[in-house]
Structures are given as C-alpha cells and as structure tokens.
Design a protein around this ligand. Structure first.
Ligand SMILES: [Zn+2]
Length: 555
C-alpha cells in the first residue's frame, strides 16, 4: 500500500497509549514514564467508575474513603517491561443495614485481588506454562521479554481455574500410570465431547466413588474389567449403567490367545517354515548358488543342470499361472483355487495380480551385467565395513537374495525383518496381536502366517474360529449372541478360551452392555497415551496437580 493512503492522526500520546489498556471503560491513563537504563515503562493508571456496588450488600456507593496504589506488571512492549502504578480506592458503604462499613474496590476484568500482574499477563504465562512446563516455559517467555521463574510459572498454572463440566452424562474411567508399574491414578473422560473431566491421583474404588457422587447426571460409565472400578461406580452412581469397554474385552481375549499359543511352540515354528515355503512357490525356488558360486562350479555339466532346472521351474510357474487365471475367470472362489492347485491363498492372489506369466530369466554372466555398477557396489561395500560390519559378503548376498524373492512376491523389502519367516517362528505374543487384529489391517506376511498356522493344528484352527466369532460380536455389537458364544467356548476343550468365557460370566451385565451400547473408551485411551507423552516431556516432575492442570487446561 502506498504511504500516502494512510491517514496519520496527531493523537496526544496518553490517548494513544490508553488504547492498550485492557478495560478502557473502567481505567484511564494519567501519566507515563520511561526508564531506559532499566528498560522499564511505568504507566500511571486510575480506576475511574464513579460509583461501585458494595461486595456484601450490593448497594452502590460513591463516597470515597481513601486511595492507595498497587504495582502490577503488564504485557511488555518490545524490549521494555511494562508496569502499572494502579490507583485504587476504598469506599464507605452507605447502607445503614450493612455490617460492612468500608470496602476496597475490585477490578475483576483487569487484575485479581492481591495479584502482582494483570489478568492478561497471567493468562499468557499460564498458557506457556501449560504448553511447555516450568523450565522450557520460562526460557521462551524470557525471549518474549516476560520476566518470570519456573517456580512462578508453575505456581500460576497450579492456581489457574479449570474448565468445569457441570452435568456429564456418559463418561469413561480408566487407570493411568504416573509412575510406571508403581503408582496408578484414574482418568475420567466425558465420552460425548471427549474432554477430560478429571485426573485423580489414585486408583481406588473409594476415590472413584467420591468423585462420581458429585455428578448425579451420570447415566453411563464405561470401564475396564477391574472389580475395583466396578465397585467404585456401584457406590458412587448406583443408578448408572456399567459398560465394559470393547477395547478391554479384545485385550482380555488377546491375553487368553497368547496363553493358549504359549503351549503351541512347535506349531508356531512349523507355520513359519510353511510361510517361507508359500512365499517360495510364488517366487520360485531360490537360485542362491548363482549368486556366489565359485569358479570350480562353472563346469558345463553344472550349467546344463541349472538350465534344465530353470526351464522346469519356468514351465511350472506358467502352468500354475494359467490354471489360476482360468479358474478365476470361471468364477471359482480363491479358497477353492488354492485347494485345487495346492497353493496358499496369498499365492493365488499374487498370481492373479500378474497380467502375464512369470517371465524366464536368462542366465547371465554376473561380471558383465554388473560391470557398470561395480564402482558403486565397491563404494557401498566399503561404507558397510566402515559402519562396523565385519561378517562375510556371503551373508550380504543371502540377504539380497531374500530381498529379491520378496520383491518378486510383491512384498516390501521391509518384510525381510518379518518375525513370521524366521526359523524359530514368531513369539506367541506377536501372533496373539495379529490374531485379534482385523484381517484388513494385517500385513501381508502376517496374514500369510495366520493362514498357515490355522492349518497346522486342528485345535489352533478351532481356537482361531472361536476367537474370530467373538471379535465379530464385539465389532458388530451383538450382545444378544454373547451367551451362546460363551457356551461354545466353555465346551470347546480349549482351556484358555473356556477360562476367558468364565471371566465374562462373572461380569455379564456390563460385558453385554459393552457389546450392545455404542460407547467405548477409545477417547480415554487417547488421553492416557497423551499423558504418557506429557510425562516423557518431563512436564510435571511426577506432580499430579500440575499434570492435571495441563490435561484439563488443554482439553
Ligand atoms: Zn454494604
């Protein structure tokens, strides 16, 4: 914008400065002074209302008893700290019926009684304290010209009023660790607007009951499986419907599955071997010798044998490819195709993704084709040694072979770190997580592994089917079908699942409500994770009061 478009007003400086006071209806600026050495601006501010109500009887009065001066800090102006000499008054109460004879006027929109800083400065400091904590908050406020200390910042945060939800109706309660494995607290969240209602320093039935009694509006409480919270809720809000959170139901099921799989070590290992095999069917047997064969192996007979084997593999791939596509075009289900051709379902999918048969790889002399890249490979090899790798080139070569196989199977190179293909197989714990994870969210190697594992052992297959049926109840919220499922689990002969069903029986009403009502503690879990982050930032120094403020102020 060109300069001549501005209209400059030759305002007297006091009228100009007064624009920056927080409440110009009740304050006026009388004088100002600048101390350049101390980088300090002092404003003389006067409280102006001619009549004020008595705080006790609320009758207005204008008879001044006396005046006094308060010094309060305000927002800085650039490098200059700003403070006010605030002239306030004491008034006589003229109401003869009022026991109060003299009172001090208040400026509730500007400064709290007894406070040493204006409200707007205090709010700014609280915002920094909440966001950053004492130390980091003070470092940043210092750069903005705000003079404070970590202790002051945290004291302000601790004393700040918290937002208050008067009538929550649907809430979630859960534990959170404020010293991992040692001390637990309780978090309460409004499940309708996802805001944190409160953070209690302990995890006990009594604390939860005492908190709940304050809110007769609560109609639904979502909780974990602990008897402790169940009891607290029963005491505090007997009228509320208790709902077991679906997250915890799935967690308990996963624990049961893990316990079951612990005794299936051999099957877990066998399934890993089958997974590798299923993968090899797609990519063809690995011609690893080609990659590191020595000169003595390069006899003509050897080469002929290699070539014959290669042609055989190629022919088998083409046959499988064509059969897969023909059956698929005829509308044959993938499972049937897999059974008929004796390959796994993922392998069927891998073939279907291809638009032409796997192409033959012509035998190549590695030296010739690699020549343009040799300088690069030598450089990378040196870098690998420089990073501390001291093992053989053969190991690297084997890894690269696996990468190639993976890439031919349509896998990401990262799957080479997959626990599902290692010789000892994955842990029972890892498998249990995959097991309860929705199929669409499983990684390709995990899915392939689960498919193999189910077929290794009949009991495992049965346990899998049973747990998937339970997960379907959870996801589709079919509380009505719960008891039928429990009967099946109890009769299954799979002890871990029978025990799980028995546990559900002991908390049946709340579990059924969890499988029927739409509420879940998803928002609570989100907040619990955020708490972990806050503690990692070193925010509260294990100070629950501060952590509570931080959580409630931001929520
Ligand atoms: Zn009065």
């Amino acid at each position: 914008m060109p300069e001549e478009d501005f209209v400059f007003v030759p305002t007297p400086v006091l009228a100009f400065l007064a624009r920056f006071l927080p409440d110009r209806a009740t304050l006026s600026l009388d004088a100002w002074q600048v101390d350049d050495t101390a980088a300090q601006i002092t404003l003389h501010v006067i409280s102006t209302p001619s009549g004020v109500p008595c705080p006790l009887c609320h009758v207005r009065t204008s008879r001044v008893h006396s005046r006094y001066t308060r010094t309060v800090a305000d927002l800085p102006w650039g490098a200059y700290a700003v403070r006010w000499q605030l002239r306030m008054r004491k008034f006589f109460c003229d109401n003869p019926a009022c026991p109060r004879q003299i009172f001090t006027e208040r400026a509730p929109t500007v400064v709290a009684p007894w406070a040493r800083r204006t409200l707007r400065l205090a709010q700014l400091l609280i915002a920094y304290g909440v966001a950053l904590g004492g130390e980091a908050g003070t470092r940043l406020t210092a750069r903005l010209g705000l003079r404070t200390s970590p202790t002051t910042l945290l004291r302000l945060v601790r004393a700040a009023p918290t937002p208050h939800d008067a009538a929550p109706q649907v809430i979630g309660v859960d534990e959170w660790a404020w010293r991992r494995g040692q001390r637990y607290g309780t978090i309460l969240v409004n499940l309708e607007d996802h805001r944190v209602l409160d953070l209690l320093p302990e995890r006990s039935a009594a604390a939860v009951a005492a908190w709940l009694t304050q809110y007769p509006t609560i109609a639904v409480v979502c909780r974990d499986r602990s008897a402790l919270y169940a009891e607290g809720i029963r005491q505090g809000t007997p009228q509320a419907v208790q709902v077991v959170d679906r997250f915890h139901l799935v967690k308990n099921l996963r624990e049961a599955v893990e316990a079951f799989l612990h005794d299936q070590r051999a099957a877990l290992q066998a399934a890993a071997a089958l997974t590798v095999q299923a993968l090899t069917v797609v990519a063809g047997p690995v011609s690893t010798p080609r990659m590191y064969r020595g000169r003595h192996q390069c006899s003509q007979a050897w080469q002929q044998r290699q070539e014959a084997a290669r042609q055989q593999r190629q022919a088998a791939w083409v046959t499988t490819y064509e059969a897969t596509h023909t059956l698929h075009t005829q509308g044959t289900p993938v499972t049937t195709i897999a059974q008929q051709l004796g390959i796994s379902r993922p392998t069927v999918y891998a073939y279907l993704r291809r638009t032409r048969p796997p192409s033959p790889r012509s035998p190549q002399r590695s030296g010739q084709v690699l020549r343009p890249y040799m300088a690069y490979v030598i450089q990378r090899w040196r870098e690998l040694r420089a990073q501390g790798y001291s093992h053989s080139a053969r190991t690297v070569s084997r890894f690269i072979t696996r990468l190639r196989r993976a890439s031919e199977a349509g896998w990401a190179p990262e799957t080479q770190t997959s626990p599902y293909t290692r010789p000892q197989g994955p842990s029972a714990r890892a498998v249990s997580f995959t097991w309860v994870c929705p199929a669409v969210k499983r990684s390709q190697d995990a899915q392939l592994y689960v498919d193999q594992l189910r077929q290794v052992d009949q009991a495992i297959g049965q346990a899998y089917t049973l747990s998937q049926a339970f997960l379907a109840l959870v996801r589709e919220r079919q509380g009505d079908a719960l008891e039928a499922w429990m009967a099946k689990a109890a009769a299954s002969g799979i002890e871990a699942l029978a025990r799980f069903a028995q546990g559900l029986q002991e908390d049946l009403a709340a579990v059924k409500a969890g499988l029927t009502l739409p509420w879940s503690n998803g928002p609570v879990e989100g907040h619990v994770n955020r708490l972990k982050l806050l503690k990692r930032q070193g925010y509260g120094r294990a100070d629950v009061g501060l952590l509570r403020q931080r959580v409630l102020q931001v929520a």
